[in-house]
Design a binder for this molecule. Sequence first.
Ligand code: IPD
Ligand code: CA
Length: 264
Amino acid sequence: MSDEQELARLASEIAREAGELARVRRAQGVHLAATKSSIADIVTAADREVEELIRARLAEQRPGDGFLGEESGADSGESGITWVVDPIDGTVNYAYGIPSYCVSIAAVQGGADPESWHALAGAVFSPAIGELFSAARGHGAWNGDHRLSVTAETPAGALLATGFGYDPATHDGDLSTVRRVMPMARDLRRAGAAALDLAYVAAGRLDGYFERGLKPWDFAAGSLLVQEAGGVVSRSDVDSARPLIIAGSAAVHDRLRELIGDES
Ligand code: IPD
Ligand code: CA
C-alpha cells in the first residue's frame, strides 16, 4: 500500500466512525450550539463533538501531523502533512433532518492555506445513505469498491449543482452566476453539502458544480475525488473574499468557466 493509500484508508476509517456518531446524535435530537458568520450559519453540538472525535483519532494515529478543522481551527505539525476536516458538511440539512450531510476528511501536503497545499488523500462519508467515497492521489476515486469516473458526455445539457453562502448580501451575485450558466444546463441542484456535491461530480451523478466562498474544509477531500475520477477542479480568487470553485469533466469545467467569466 502506498503512503497515499494508507492516508486514504485512515481517512475512511475515521470518517466512518465520525459519521456514525453524527448519525446517532441526529437520532437523539439536534442541539444548536452557536451561530457563526450569520444567524443562518449554525453549529450544532454534534459538529463540535464529531470534530473532537476526529481530532483525537488523528492525534493518536498521526501525532506529528497538522490539523485544520471547521470548528476547532488550526494546529501546525512537523510532518508536512495537514488534515483538513469538516465534521459535518451540510449542517443545515443535518439540523432540518435532510439526509444530505457528510463527514469530509482530507490529508494534504502543506499547511492550512489551500494555495500552498497538494491533496494526498480524502474521504467523504454520507452516514444517512451509508456511502463512503475515498481517493488517494494517483490511485483513483472510489465509492466503496466501485471506481468512479466523471461523466463524459452531456448531450441533453449538464446537470449542475451549486450552493449559496450564508450572507444574504451575496445572494444576488450568486443568482446572477446561476443565470449565466443556465444555457448549458439540463437542470440545477442545490443539495446543501459541498463535499457531497463534489463526490457526486466524481461519481458522475452530477456533471458539474460551482460555488463561491467555500472554505478549505468544504472542498479539500471532494476536489481530490473529482481529480482522481478524471475531472478538473479550479479555484479562482478574483473576489478574494469568496473564491470560486468550478468542478466537472474538462469539457463541462471549461464551459462553466467561460460562462461564469471572471466577474465576482
Ligand atoms: C456549507 C455547505 C453548503 C455550502 C456552504 C457551506 P457547512 O457547509 O457545504 O452546501 O453551500 O457554502 O458553508 O456549513 O454545512 O459545513
Ligand atoms: Ca461543517
